[in-house]
Ligand binder design. Structure first.
Ligand SMILES: O=C1O[C@H](COP(=O)(O)O)[C@@H](O)[C@H](O)[C@H]1O
Length: 230
């Protein structure tokens, strides 16, 4: 599949560009289907983008928002991706978007999978927009290299949309959308900043070993807009 590379001089110009693209796609989705769906990633990279999106005039009450992955912590924990989204995206004009959390009351993430799958099933699919991030180890969503659940998460025939993950090299149990669930998206953006991540994504594009770098599985199966700035 094709990686369309968009290289920017600054993170500010990247965020302005990707913000406009996302809003246009969501607007089209609302016009065509009455609602639109947006899947976002957590971590630090999307924070300025969330701030920009939250200021956009859009019928946010017709937009369903969920996460590509969640850390299995309370939603007021500093590491919670839900907390990040609530504080930076679901504010201002976007405050009335419909948020679909990936954290349940289950103590162990593996006991929360079926409830998360039901929540995802209730969303309009394919998703209109998926914004993926990537760790410096080549993980995306919570599909981590070396985690015992990686093969199941990457199995396109599993029929599963969510998977509980114990990362080998990162804190917290996770809930992640599986590869087939991520791929069930009309537009996929890979949103990266910093020289290190550019080196990592170039390394990812140069080889096929998905176990070493799970982001490769997305790049192999989908057309992706790679948005990068220093
Ligand atoms: O743990 C995670 O890390 C990745 C990358 O985060 P960043 O802080 O380097 O931007 C993120 O895409 C993922 O959603 C998150 O749970």
């Amino acid at each position: 599949m094709t990686v369309h590379q968009h290289i920017f001089d600054t993170a500010a110009s990247l965020n302005a560009d990707i913000c406009k693209r996302i809003v246009d796609i969501l607007q089209d989705g609302i016009e065509q289907h009455g609602r639109a769906s947006l899947v976002v990633s957590g971590g630090r990279t999307p924070v300025p983008l969330f701030a920009a999106l939250s200021e956009q005039p859009l019928a946010w009450d017709k937009v369903d928002v969920t996460l590509a992955d969640e850390r299995w912590v309370d939603n007021n924990h500093e590491a919670s991706n839900e907390k990040l989204v609530r504080e930076h995206l679901l504010v201002g004009r976007a405050a009335n978007a419909n948020f679909v959390p990936l954290k349940t009351s289950a103590e162990d993430a593996s006991d929360g999978v079926s409830e998360c799958e039901q929540r995802i099933a209730a969303m309009q699919q394919p998703f209109d927009v998926l914004i993926l991030g990537m760790g410096e180890d080549g993980h995306t969503a919570s599909l981590f290299p070396c985690s015992a659940q990686l093969a199941d998460g990457l199995d396109c025939d599993s029929g599963r949309t969510c998977i509980a993950v114990t990362p080998g090299n990162a804190p917290h149990q996770r809930m992640s959308l599986t590869l087939p669930a991520l791929l069930n998206s009309k537009h996929i953006f890979l949103h990266l900043t910093g020289d290190k991540k550019r080196q990592v994504v170039e390394q990812a594009m140069a080889s096929d070993d998905v176990n070493e770098m799970p982001i490769r599985a997305v790049l192999q199966h989908a057309d992706v807009d790679l948005m990068w700035a220093p």
